[in-house]
Each structure stands twice: as C-alpha cells, then as structure tokens.
Design a protein around this ligand. Structure first.
Ligand SMILES: NC(=O)c1ccc[n+]([C@@H]2O[C@H](COP(=O)([O-])OP(=O)(O)OC[C@H]3O[C@@H](n4cnc5c(N)ncnc54)[C@H](O)[C@@H]3O)[C@@H](O)[C@H]2O)c1
Length: 393
C-alpha cells in the first residue's frame, strides 16, 4: 500500500492507495473509526461488488449502516442529501459518526455535503471508484449539489479525514468511460503541468494491457498537479481556479444534457471551447490549440448525438449566465467568467489577479456552436465526433 499526504483545508490528509489493497485500506478505516459509534457507508449501487468486502471487513470493528445511491447527475440534489442525513439520524448517528463515500464524484459530493452538514460537520472518508473521483474530485474540499438553475450551485467546504483507494475498484469502469474520465487529467496537463504530457499519453496507452501501472501513474499526475495549489489556495478561490479550465461551457453541457454528456466528456468539450476562445482573443497560438486537439483526441470522445431532442441552446445560455464562478470578478450580464490560457501551462490572469476573464456571452455561444457542432437554431445536437470537424485546426 502506498501513501501520500495531501494538504486539504490546511490539514495533511493521508491518501492511501495501491492495487489489491482493500484489506489494508479497511484496516486503516477501522483504525480511524475506533472512536466512532457508526460508519455510514454511502455507496453507488454500481460498485456493490467492491463495497461488500469493505462493509464486511469494517463490520468486524464498528457498526456499519449502508446507504445505496443510484448515481446520476440529475440525482445530485439537496433532496438526496436530505435522504442521507435523515437515514443517518434514524441509524443513531452522532458527532462521532464517520461518513464513508464509496463511488464516483457524484457520491463523493452528496456524501461529502451530508458529512459537512450533519452536526455542522463530522468526519468524512473518500473511497473513490472512478478516475474522476480518484484522480481529481477527492483532491478538493468542495462539496456541492445541483439546483434547478445549474451545476454545483449549493454546497460547502468539507475536508476528508482520510482518502483510500484500491485502484482495482476502477477496473470495472467501462473503457470508454475510463478514457473520457481522464479529461480532468488532460486538463491538468494542458493548463498546469504540460511537462507531464508524455506521462499521460503513456498511461493512456498502457491502460488496456497494464492497468495497474497506468492507474498509479495517473494518480501521481493528479496529485502532482493539484498539491501546490491546494496548499496555497485550499478553497480554490484564487490561483486554484485554474482547475476550472474547461468547466464553464463543460458544466453547462453536462447539466443541460442531464448527464448524458458525462462529466469527463463535457470537460473535454469545454476545454476545446476555452482553447478556441483563448485563440480568438489573441492569447493561445495555433500550435497550442492543435495540442489541445491532440491530447483530447486521445480520449476518444463518443460520436453519439446528445440524446433525444438534442440540447436546448437557450438553456445552455441561461445556465452559463448562472455559472458558479460568477461573482469572483465583476462581469456584465452578457459576459461569462472563464479560465483562458496564454499558452499551455499558463493561464491568462485577469485585472482582478485571479485566472478568470469575462468573455462575451455571444462569443462563448458562437464558439460552442462551432466546436460542439450546434445548429444556430433551437437545439444543439452533436453530429459526428466534432473532432473531425475540428481536424483542420
Ligand atoms: N471538486 C469536486 O468536488 C469535483 C471535481 C470533479 C468532479 N466533480 C463531480 O464529480 C461528478 C463526476 O464524477 P464521476 O464521473 O465519477 O461521476 P459518477 O459518480 O456519476 O459516476 C459515473 C458513473 O460511473 C458509475 N461507476 C462508479 N464507479 C464505478 C465502477 N468502479 N465501475 C463501474 N461503474 C462505476 C456510476 O454508477 C455512474 O453511472 C460530477 O458530479 C462532478 O461535478 C466534483
């Protein structure tokens, strides 16, 4: 079992990981829970096969109650958080209870918010089972759910006491979802650590045949990119806003599609849009724009259309107008705050000292039209891979 210390909200939090290490991880969780009256294991129905040994092992040391979630972006809501906290109280939870979140980023967020709210904050453990969760979302204290107006509009900051991941859990993620789930790693490489590009490409190449080595490398890329920022800007309100690269239009696509465009896919599209806008505004040069397409191309974004009825362009615009980065800097109603790049690995720093730039809404929408393949009418439907359309860049 390997161990890294991650600075989260000023605390050094152990991140324990490895391949086929569930028993050791359960031991570490039981040690943490030695003072607990209950471990509330909030888990994704899809990972029952991985969660059962964890629940069984833990139950030898402490009382365990399991709350099973059907994951899905449209269920990342306050009402699910309410169900979790009500269940916890019915099970006799107290201030000594530990909430363990086992699943992807969605489960991490709802259980993380529940832990932040119960008794104004009880201990939280992350047991991530997707690439987005293991390499990105657990390396953050942001816990939020969606409201009807947009993504992650309601939440709080709550740091885990422990992060533990058996990378074997990730191997049941379907290959396509695994690749798009690495969009956050592509983002780290393009926006923060371009020197790790070859390591990312190598890991992507090894995923099918040598998953253990590839996943260990990817975890290292995630930690290396985020660690320095988490130390200086733990709540991700200043320089760490760089990790929102690709997330403005990406979140709007994910939200309006109700998760049919999954988080990774959406962020990949969002990065291509942000790169194109950076280029249009005279920041990013053609070479770096092409590099975006090369790196994102490795994630093999699916060619499928967005789903029944396509995506409502007006709704995307409305969601962009309520993006949760609004308020960090003055922005007119017809502008949207975005992270843009000067070059790979270098953000454009706006007048307010943070890496956000007010982008005219019309420009954001027209680039989204071009990049994602929208018709300028009522719906935005992806036809073809989009990447083919961009083959001329
Ligand atoms: N700072 C943060 O808090 C932060 C950062 C990045 C992403 N996020 C959030 O994370 C979510 C996206 O994360 P995600 O992609 O993990 O989403 P998710 O939790 O919805 O999981 C995606 C799908 O994978 C399934 N799944 C989970 N583990 C599996 C496994 N081991 N094998 C097979 N299937 C499995 C789930 O049932 C679901 O269908 C979004 O809601 C996003 O906003 C939060």
């Amino acid at each position: 079992m390997l161990r890294q210390e991650v600075s989260l909200d000023g605390k050094d939090v152990p991140y324990l990981y490895g391949v086929d290490v569930t028993e050791e991880l359960v031991g570490a969780l039981a040690d943490l829970a030695v003072t607990a009256d209950l471990v509330l294991l909030v888990t994704d129905r899809e990972v029952t096969v991985h969660a059962e040994p964890v629940a069984r092992g833990l139950a030898k040391a402490v009382r365990v109650a399991v709350f099973t979630v059907d994951a899905g972006e449209q269920r990342k809501t306050l009402s699910l958080v309410e169900d979790i906290v009500e269940f916890a109280i019915r099970q006799g939870a107290s201030r000594s209870t530990v909430v363990a979140a086992m699943g992807g980023g969605m489960v991490g967020n709802v259980a993380g918010l529940a832990a932040g709210l119960l008794f104004r904050g009880i201990r939280l453990v992350h047991l991530p089972t997707t690439p987005i969760a293991a390499f990105d979302s657990v390396l953050s204290v942001k816990q939020a759910v969606n409201l009807s107006g947009g993504k992650n509009l309601c939440g709080t900051y709550h740091a885990p006491s422990l992060i533990a991941c058996d990378l074997r859990w990730l191997t049941s993620v379907p290959h396509g979802q695994m690749l798009t789930g690495l969009a956050e790693m592509a983002k780290n490489v393009l926006a923060v650590v371009p020197t790790r590009r070859h390591a990312l490409e190598q890991a992507l190449g090894r995923l099918a045949d040598e998953p253990a080595a590839a996943l260990l490398e990817l975890l290292d890329i995630g930690c290396t990119a985020k660690a320095p920022y988490l130390r200086t800007d733990p709540r991700e309100r200043r320089e760490a806003l760089v990790f929102e690269y690709g997330h403005t239009t990406g979140h709007a696509l994910e939200f309006v599609s109700q998760g049919r465009i999954n988080h990774g896919e959406a962020i990949a599209w969002g990065m291509l849009v942000a790169a194109e806008i950076s280029h249009t505004l005279g920041h990013l040069d053609r070479g770096d724009l092409a590099l975006h397409h090369q790196v994102v191309g490795r994630l093999r974004l699916p060619p499928a259309a967005a789903g029944p009825g396509g995506l409502d362009r007006d709704r995307i615009r409305a969601v962009l107008a309520r993006d949760n980065k609004r308020g960090y800097l003055p922005c007119a109603p017809d502008e949207v705050p975005m992270v843009l790049l000067e070059s790979v690995g270098r953000v454009v720093t706006g007048d307010h000292g943070c890496p956000l730039v007010p982008v005219p809404m019309d420009l954001a929408m027209s680039v989204l039209d071009t990049v994602v393949g929208a018709a300028p009418g009522a719906t935005l439907v992806r036809a073809g891979s989009g990447l083919e359309r961009l083959g001329t860049v």
